[in-house]
Design a protein around this ligand. Structure first.
Ligand SMILES: [Zn+2]
Length: 235
């Protein structure tokens, strides 16, 4: 095995580590800034609050209507039973008006009951949503210091890995480095793979023994004939 390939393999290990650490870091950063759940709960509270206002307006309208109709019934009763009206036709007319108004009151009372029930449900919903938000915010408050710590640790790790990388890169031949960098981009961060039991660590297909031999001895790089990655064999 050549020293040349060993350095390229070291670089690959560093780059893989940088890649996975960066992925973890972005997950941690996302968790720190993610307020999606709280925002959507707040949105639901807004919708419920608008509904609650509408229900409150409906409630006072109905109450006013019921009151004024009750007032009218009271006045009708006064007329009907006051003894001032002798005409029976007029009495019958007043009586049917009274029946109509009483029906109206009963309808409005039904409506009022429904509005009050909806109001209760909406108030319950708002309370539940608020509790959920408080719970989430409390959790986040507990999690945040841990996440911030992780963020710092991972950032530091990346800085260290990158400085290791800088030290290794000058040991690698320019032409090989170019191929390596191209492969790193086109092969999802995996340019150099180890050969285990004759199989390529990238595509899992078997490497012809002649290629394996060359990979062990040659002073140049050998690539997997199927996935094109640089193969590395330390056995
Ligand atoms: Zn392969």
């Amino acid at each position: 095995m050549t020293l040349l390939l060993e350095e390229v393999y070291k670089l690959q290990i560093l780059d893989s580590d940088i890649l996975s650490t960066a992925k973890l870091l972005s997950e941690v950063k996302f968790k720190i800034s993610d307020n999606k759940e709280i925002n959507s709960l707040e949105e639901s509270i807004n919708i419920n609050s608008i509904n609650l206002k509408k229900l409150q307006i409906m409630k006072s309208k109905l109450e006013l209507e019921i009151n004024s109709t009750q007032q009218n019934v009271y006045l009708l009763n006064k007329k009907i039973y006051g003894g001032s009206i002798k005409n029976s036709k007029e009495l019958i007319a007043l009586d049917s008006e009274k029946i109509f108004l009483e029906g109206n009151i009963s309808d409005n009372e039904d409506k009022l009951l429904k509005v009050m029930m909806k109001t209760d449900t909406t108030e319950d919903n708002i309370e539940k949503l608020n509790n959920k938000i408080t719970h989430l915010k409390n959790n986040k408050e507990i999690e945040l210091p841990k996440l911030k710590y992780q963020e710092k640790e991972l950032s530091n790790k990346i800085i260290d890995l990158k400085s290791d990388r800088k030290r290794i890169v000058p040991n690698i031949r320019q032409d090989i480095l170019m191929i390596y960098n191209q492969l790193l981009k086109s092969k999802e961060g995996l340019a150099v793979v180890k050969v285990t039991r004759g199989t390529c660590g990238g595509c899992r297909l078997s490497i012809p023994s002649a290629d394996l031999q060359r990979a062990r001895n040659a002073s140049t790089i050998v690539r997997c004939s199927s996935c094109n990655r640089i193969i590395f064999s330390d056995s």
